[in-house]
Unconditional design. Structure first.
Length: 253
């Protein structure tokens, strides 16, 4: 029932958004070449799907996103679990992390393009940078904030390193780590598109630039809609995955 209501809410929300779009189009004095109607954008979307162009660009983007995001999450979680257990070491590393964290990943793009050229790697590196710091800091915070009673009980049961990390520390800190992973998902997806707009010859971000250069605002709006829908799907999938993991550990209904 909850899933049905959630799907219903999504459909209603999208219909409201389309209605607002149509109203703005009807009242606007802009030419349709600059501001297309929902129907024009939908027709452009159908044309891109039927020609296979959209599927190709989505495939390129998802490959880059998976490579950058998954590698960032795995690296950041592993490093965070270690540093969370070594607070005296992290106090020397933390200033450098806090210095690098606020820097936009796009600020590194000129160097990344010079080092790696044009292609998949620049976008993957940008995604990695965007996702790494939120996951790392949330993992360190979660591990350092674990109730000491968990560690005492684990010692009483004879659980020792490195098993204590995977059997006790990681499950106990996972809810907070999951928040960082979730936050990193949105950030990484945003910077995927930004990275492809600068350092790629394919993908959804590149499609935005290509549509702009060819004055195809209908394709531009259709691409924007697809970017939003994929982001929504990824967010929903991650929520379901988190709930399943917590449920397997007895932490969710």
């Amino acid at each position: 029932m909850k899933k049905l209501l959630s799907f219903k809410n999504i459909v209603i929300s999208l219909l409201i958004l389309l209605a607002i779009w149509q109203i703005i189009f009807s009242l606007s004095s802009f030419d349709s070449a600059l501001f297309p109607s929902p129907l024009q954008a939908f027709q452009a979307l159908i044309d891109m799907i039927s020609s296979g162009v959209l599927i190709s660009h989505i495939g390129s983007s998802m490959y880059r996103f998976a490579m950058g995001y998954v590698s960032a999450v795995v690296t950041a979680v592993l490093l965070g679990l270690i540093l969370g257990r070594l607070p005296k070491v992290f106090q020397y590393i933390n200033p450098a992390v806090q210095l690098l964290r606020p820097i936009s990943p796009m600020a590194w793009m000129p160097f990344i393009v010079l080092w790696f050229g044009i292609g998949d790697i620049p976008a993957i590196v940008i995604i990695f940078i965007a996702a790494f710091f939120p996951v790392l800091l949330s993992t360190v915070s979660a591990v350092s904030g674990i109730d000491p009673i968990y560690l005492k009980v684990s010692k009483n049961f004879g659980i020792r390193q490195p098993h204590i990390i995977w059997k006790v520390i990681f499950p106990a800190s996972f809810p907070q780590i999951a928040n960082g992973i979730h936050l990193a998902l949105g950030t990484a997806w945003v910077f995927l598109v930004a990275g492809e707009m600068v350092g790629a010859q394919s993908g959804l971000g590149y499609l935005v630039i290509d549509a702009r250069n060819n004055l195809r605002s209908d394709i531009l709006f259709a691409d924007i809609i697809i970017i939003g829908l994929i982001g929504l799907i990824l967010d929903t999938f991650l929520k379901v995955l988190e709930k399943q993991i917590l449920k397997s550990w007895g932490g969710a209904d």
